[in-house]
Design a protein around this ligand. Structure first.
Ligand code: LUZ
Ligand code: MOS
Length: 758
């Protein structure tokens, strides 16, 4: 089954928020944001802006009727700051006018003056100043101190990963309408309708029942709309609530780039101890997360980093310290992988370093240390069904790794100025929100008297295909054609208290809830079928291919007749259901528990070519064996793997976020580069066969985030190629590995080399 939106997408007919038909009297909002990184506002004069043509009203902190607070995990972020400025681009005022242009023009007339303080941008400097988002966290497995003396080799080093812009095609957007009796209907481009609803209620001093938030679909999100869609929706709601007019707020690309948070930059220090043969004995990591100026989702992201420090490896002794550092940059936020990519990159860097030190192939070290069944993670959980070894060996065999390795070595011997590189990347990603309470979902299913079915869940469609998967689950459960099933927009009035569509759990949890709702309806319909068929009620009634079956034999009773009969007999044809992922728990005082329902495994092989004179490179081929469970939809899963891989490659190669004095320098697509069609490698994906998974709906596995990690192979394949040209000094693993940085690794002055390989 192809994606249910595909037809409309390719014809350009799909409606995104800014395409919705505009209500009469619609006003347009624009934010006025700070132009310093740290200090206090001494003058804020909105007078000239208020007199500007077309302006209806200018809002500042003083106009907020409820709490001026949008922080989710920690209440440390005002919607509009009245005094203290913590980052360049922090919202101060919101201008509402009859056109976007008029609002933007007026926003520039707001007069601001500040007392400036010294900003802090470096996470370790923030840590030295004691500037943390949450108290540092520590986690231990085994005893590293007793393990170090037993190691034959110990390497230590430093890893730096950069920020990453989400670059969803649809920028942040919201439209708020007043309904009768002072209630609001808000369309928001958010992954978290309930989060937006809760925050708007708080900001306006309303109950949550007074605010309905509705989401049709998003033009991409990638985590960037998990928390950070809220501010713009709250501003539109504030303006609509106060003026009585509908208000729309859509960020321009440049506003979106400048004002919204990105993937967190991390600095990580590692120490890895191994036996002579390459068995890992001990791993110590210190993680500095650059959180930016407010908590946003940083504590949860740090937690996922902590849970992924050992990637797909069994390491008996681990010591970990994790710091979420408050700096004067726009609050960094969720981005596909949610802190795991940084931690896993550090693990792979440490292994790369150790392989150089021991003079062993990196793949040997990887293979020797892969997770086994019952291996324990530092957070206490044991692996139930490790597919780390299975995917690793399959990838190497299926894609003829040995021959490839030989061929590349041969190529590198016979070429001086062109080198090729190779890397294998096993991955392991835990599925469930690390915050246990979020692991619940709801669904509402209606069967209409013509046999068509409408399903609503808390899931937000953002191009990832969750609606298509849910249609598939509903059709399969009811035994009817998927053409009979439609998915409603996501609304807080249809499904309440939904968790954000995030953590790769959208289809898992909402699909499971939808299936449960269908099962309730089926139970009632089976009773109706027994009455209709007059069969012995002991025999097994089924629903398949639109027909009722008895003991697996189709009868002439159709789905439509059955539904009609149920209605005539006054049987309820609607059901609401709830799903809560079973067994999860986590004890933060012990830092131990079972935070995940299961893990996703896979292995990628990455092949690159390097032009050593210029520092330019191509990513030639990526070959992947991935554990998707029993895929709910292979086309969608392939698409998710390809997209995530390319996004991961971008993070580690081209995409460089640069700030100067806290102001984003790379604030256009002329200066911020993402992979384009021509830089995409040849991708081969093999989904693991016979891969059941009892822990998710219909034995599937979550797909959204794990394949992002395959991009990590690119970095190490490039380092491999660079080493073939020139031995490298003791490594600082710094990403992104832009052509500029590659050039400097290839050609920097010789005297600075402190050679490990020569
Ligand atoms: N969001 C969240 C996430 O709130 N908690 C998580 O554990 C998570 N993991 C991945 C992506 N988003
Ligand atoms: Mo998330 S990074 O919104 O799954």
């Amino acid at each position: 089954m192809t994606g249910i939106d595909a037809h409309h997408h390719v014809r350009g007919e799909t409606q995104f928020l800014d395409d919705f038909s505009e209500p009469a009297g619609l006003l347009y909002a624009c934010a006025c944001c700070s132009t310093i990184a740290c200090g206090r506002i001494t003058t804020l004069d909105i007078g000239p802006a208020q007199k500007s043509p077309g302006v209806v009203r200018v809002f500042t902190a003083r106009d907020i009727p409820g709490q001026n607070q949008i922080g989710g995990i920690i209440q440390d972020e005002p919607l509009l700051t009245a005094s203290d400025v913590h980052y360049w681009g922090q919202p101060i005022a919101c201008v509402v006018a009859h056109s976007t242009r008029q609002a933007e023009c007026a926003a520039r007339k707001i007069t601001l003056a500040y007392d400036c303080d010294e900003p802090v941008f470096d996470p370790e400097e923030a840590a030295r100043l004691g500037s943390f988002i949450i108290p540092p966290r520590f986690m231990n497995l085994g005893d590293v101190d007793r393990a170090w003396p037993e190691c034959d080799s110990i390497v230590q080093g430093q890893v730096e990963t950069g920020a990453q812009e989400h670059l969803y095609l649809e920028t942040q957007a919201a439209m708020a309408l007043i309904e009768e009796k002072g209630t609001l209907h808000v369309y928001s481009s958010t992954q978290s309708p309930t989060g937006v609803q809760r925050t708007i209620a708080r900001v306006l001093g309303l109950t949550m029942t007074a605010v309905e938030v509705e989401v049709r679909r998003l033009g991409g999100a990638f985590g960037g709309k998990e928390d950070q869609a809220t501010a713009w929706a709250a501003m539109a709601a504030l303006a609509a609530f106060s003026t009585g007019h509908p208000v729309k707020m859509v960020l321009s690309r440049q506003e979106d780039l400048r004002y919204t948070g990105k993937r967190h930059p991390y600095r990580i220090y590692y120490r890895l101890g191994l036996s002579r043969k390459g068995r890992i004995k001990a791993y110590e990591v210190r993680i500095y997360q650059n959180a930016g100026a407010a908590a946003d989702l940083s504590p949860a992201i740090l937690e996922r980093s902590m849970f992924h420090v050992t990637n797909a490896y069994d390491i008996p002794n681990v010591r970990l310290a994790a710091y979420s550092c408050r700096t004067n940059l726009p609050p960094f936020t969720a981005f596909r992988g949610f802190g795991a990519p940084q931690a896993i990159f550090a693990m792979e860097a440490a292994l790369d370093h150790a392989a150089q030190e021991l003079g062993l192939p990196r793949t040997r070290l990887q293979r020797m240390n892969l997770l086994r069944n019952r291996s324990q993670f530092p957070y206490g959980m044991r692996v139930t069904r490790s597919r780390a070894r299975q995917t690793f060996s399959q990838a190497l065999e299926r894609f003829h790794f040995k021959e490839l390795q030989r061929e590349i070595a041969q190529f590198n011997r016979s070429h001086d100025l062109h080198k090729r590189g190779l890397a294998v990347t096993p991955i392991c990603f835990g599925i469930s929100f690390t915050n246990t309470r979020l692991n619940q979902a709801g669904a509402l299913v209606h069967v209409y008297t013509d046999g068509s079915v409408r399903v609503s869940t808390g899931a937000v469609e953002m191009g990832q295909g969750v609606n298509t998967k849910i249609v598939g689950i509903v059709a399969q459960t009811l035994g009817i054609s998927s053409e009979l099933v439609a998915v409603s927009s996501t609304s807080t009035s249809r499904v309440a208290n939904s968790s954000p569509t995030a953590a790769s759990t959208g289809a898992d949890m909402n699909g499971a809830a939808a299936r449960r709702a269908c099962q309730q309806i089926i139970a009632r319909l089976k009773d109706v079928a027994r009455l209709e068929l007059g069969e012995a009620s002991s025999r097994e009634i089924g629903l398949e291919n639109g027909l009722v079956s008895v003991a697996n034999h189709p009868t002439s009773l159709t789905w439509n007749d059955l539904v009609g009969s149920a209605y005539a007999r006054r049987v309820n044809l609607s059901a609401q259901a709830h799903y809560a992922t079973p067994r999860l728990f986590f004890d933060k005082t012990m830092e131990k528990g079972e935070p995940f329902a299961y893990h996703v495994f896979g292995t990628a092989i990455t092949e690159v070519s390097l032009d050593c004179l210029r520092g330019t490179y191509t990513i030639d081929r990526v070959e992947i064996v991935h554990d998707a469970g029993r895929s709910l939809n292979e086309a969608i899963d392939h698409g998710q793997i390809e997209g995530a891989l390319i996004q991961g490659i971008g993070w580690l190669t081209l995409e460089e976020v640069v700030y100067a004095g806290g102001r984003l320098v790379t604030d256009t697509l002329g200066t911020y580069k993402i992979p384009d069609l021509l830089s995409v490698p040849e991708i081969t994906i093999h989904l693991l066969e016979d891969a059941d998974n009892p822990h998710a709906v219909l034995h599937s596995k979550a797909i959204g985030e794990p394949p992002f990690l395959y991009g990590i192979g690119t970095y190490f394949a490039l380092r491999d190629a660079i080493r073939s040209y020139r031995a490298q000094p003791s490594p600082l693993y710094q990403a992104p590995l832009t052509p500029e940085r590659v050039f400097s690794l290839l050609h920097r002055p010789q005297e600075r080399l402190n050679d490990h390989e020569a």
